[in-house]
Design a protein around this ligand. Structure first.
Ligand SMILES: *Cc1c(COP(=O)(O)O)cnc(C)c1O
Length: 375
């Protein structure tokens, strides 16, 4: 028997336009600090409606720069979510500050504003908001809390590219927001990110921090502050421009595939489809929940044996080996987060997925669950 075709978890759309723009940059010999990065930044600022956009080498770099620019450092606490990719907590540790994890809402999987407020101490300096699985956090409620307690906000919108809350784009709420462009994101530059802000002073500081702390007047060998090399190259920006040109199409394709998944999974016994609430989700992953009696690892094994890629996604940050050993975290601290994290499963999800592939994933899931229940 020939083994079944493997359906990957993610697969970027790369076409002639990406190749053409990358080739143009290569021919120009202007591989970094060139006009392509500037154009990429302008396209983001125009698309989202912010005054500024600062391209950077990754979403992680962008988040780190924002916290550094706000002066977060040793002795400070930053409240964030443990139901996220590890980078959003790591950037807090990079600054010397301590991440404090607040419980999430059982439906949206984003931080519960009441839990955030309860986690505030005299050392709290900021809230690092995450829009997980592309569903926007309750940004207005978190802003109100931050204002009441004099805290800063940085938003990790890496999984919510082009997302909005109540129709207002993430990035336009008055605090710096970061998108990430790793290859599995809604839009990719291979590696990369962008910080969105309306604040002129913060913009100049971020431009300097991402570029070795060079002075604002652009003098090449004058370093006014401790900076980083967090620049995005023009080669990567060229990929990004081609991707922005097709972003509407890519987002529509993701939403269409998600709709087919949601409809099919609704009738699969043992699966809870993804939450559909009042806000629009920017579709990043397809990660429904399995009933708690089901052995997720066994189901993943059965799916993979039939060529359907799957992963337990996301593991809690506070239960990662590093956060247990170096930060003293342990199971039981965040029951809601831990329960969600134990039940969500990422399935293949990408723009060029066919209806037949979605159906194959759903059929395989149905068979895997039946076989598990019978075992
Ligand atoms: C992708 C992602 C990031 C940033 O990742 P990079 O690989 O550094 O671009 C940060 N936070 C979340 C939640 C992410 O999904």
């Amino acid at each position: 028997m020939t083994p079944p075709e493997v359906i990957p978890l993610a697969r970027p759309v790369i076409g002639d336009r990406e190749r053409e723009l990358v080739d143009g940059v290569l021919r120009s010999r202007q591989l970094s600090l060139g006009p392509t990065v500037t154009e990429f930044e302008r396209m983001w600022a125009d698309r989202i409606g912010t005054k500024h956009a600062v391209a950077c080498s990754s979403g992680t770099a962008g988040l780190h720069c924002c916290l550094h620019a706000l002066g977060i450092g040793p002795g400070d606490e930053v409240i964030t979510s443990s139901f996220s990719f590890v980078a959003s907590a790591n950037v807090i540790v990079y600054t010397g500050a301590t991440p404090v994890f607040a419980e999430v809402d059982p439906l949206t999987f984003n931080m519960d504003p009441a839990a955030v407020e309860a986690a505030i101490t005299p050392r709290t300096r900021a809230i690092l908001v995450v829009d997980i699985f592309g569903y926007p956090a309750d940004v207005p409620a978190l802003i109100a809390i931050a204002e009441r307690h004099g805290l800063a906000i940085v938003e990790d919108a890496c999984q919510s590219i082009d997302g909005d809350f109540n129709g207002k784009k993430l990035g336009t709420y008055g605090h710096p927001s970061v998108y990430g462009f790793y290859a599995n994101k809604q839009l990719t530059t291979a590696e990369g990110g962008v910080i969105l802000t309306d604040d002129d002073a913060l913009y100049l500081l971020l431009k300097s921090l991402t570029n070795q702390g060079r002075s604002d007047d652009g003098a090449w060998l004058v370093h006014s502050r401790l900076g980083f090399n967090y620049r995005l190259s023009d080669v990567h920006a060229a990929i990004g421009i081609a991707q922005i040109e097709r972003l509407d199409w890519m987002q529509d394709a993701r939403a269409r595939i998600a709709a087919r998944y949601q409809a099919r999974m609704a009738s699969v016994d043992g699966v809870t489809p993804m939450y559909e609430g009042p806000q629009r989700r920017s579709w990043f992953v397809y990660a429904p929940r399995l009933d708690p009696d089901l052995d997720r690892d066994a189901i993943i094994g059965r799916l993979e044996a039939e060529g359907v890629s799957a992963k337990p996604y996301l593991p809690c940050i506070h239960l990662q080996p590093y956060y247990r050993t170096d930060h003293g975290h342990a199971p039981g601290e965040l029951p809601v987060t831990e329960e969600i994290s134990a039940s969500t499963i990422a399935l293949p999800f990408f723009c060029e997925m066919t209806d037949e592939q979605v159906d194959r994933v759903c059929d395989t899931m149905e068979r895997a669950i039946q076989a598990e229940r019978a075992a």
